[in-house]
Write a protein of this length. Sequence first.
Length: 388
Amino acid sequence: MIFSKLKINNWRNFKSVDVELHERAFLVGPNASGKSNLLDVFRFLRDIARSGGGLQKAVEDRGGVSKIRCLSARTHSDIEIEVHLAEPGSRKVLWKYAIGFTQTGGGIAKKRAKLKFEKVWRGDDELILNRPGPEDQQDEKQLEYTHIEQPTANSAFRDIVDFFEHIQYMHLLPQTLREARPLHQNGNGDEDISGRHFIERISTINTKTRQAYLRKIEDVLRLAVPQFEKLELVKDDMGVPHLQTIYKHWRPRGAKQWEDQFSDGTLRLIGFFWALQDGTRPILFEEPELSLHAGIVSRLAEVIAKLQQKKGGMRQVILTTHSQDLLSNPGIAGEEVLMLMPGNEGTVVQNMGALEDVAMLLQEGMSVGDIAIPRTMPRDIHELSQQF
């Protein structure tokens, strides 16, 4: 399954959004336009569904309802999210899920998120959950919990729960990875966003799968990194796992390096291509072009497409980017790009494929990068150097 439609009201930067999504989705916009906040909608759904999560924790982790609610919200201030889940390619809707919530409490009472509604549709129109229901009216405390997070209540739509809780997010920070510590020291069990435990997690994958993934990455690195020959997982004398590369060198056996000596670009490439292979549920990336040569970045979109095909077209990739090189790949269609434009009433999200003038420019041979990057550039950026 993939997310085929996203509707949100009063979520962070966004007063109202209603967009179609495809197997690949590229989010482009100015700094502070809300690209990461839009990705966070999917992480929020994942955090509700995951073990140890739930609505209250997902909201608290984001600073409470007041931090999530759009500043442009006025008389209608409920936060609302609706997603459609469909078969890739066919666009046939399998499930729809919608949630609306607000804040209750304050003063001496602890502030809590409270459901205004929770709905589930099987297919496009068979409504199988519609809250609040009679039980919620008898005990309003139940409106502090979604059915998504309760195994005793979600058996009729467990497919949605499984889909949500396996959404992945990665924004690997090379320096954080170099300062890695054992997994058992990460006592809070939170998501490993920045890759601190990336190598140790690789070591826990079964040997056959791990070697297959590393061989694919090895093939990529031979093309992208000069003098590169081999990538493998090794353990030091204390049993701590390390990624080891071998480079062509005057020594007969080549020069060996561990991850603390890898370049930022090499680490990010390894993390990116590992994550693409590891799983079948949607994966969210923040600016995968960072630290990479423009020539490599220009080919990332087609690599994503090929890996999706090898997984049966099941893996949805949603990423943010500022890179014209990435977006200039001719294989990217207008409908795959969401352009975020800030305004006085919040950020507006436009599907580039739905804009008439964009369609004409694409037909004339321009790439989405040629169109999107200039449009999302700050209007007065040419005056930047005059401020110093």
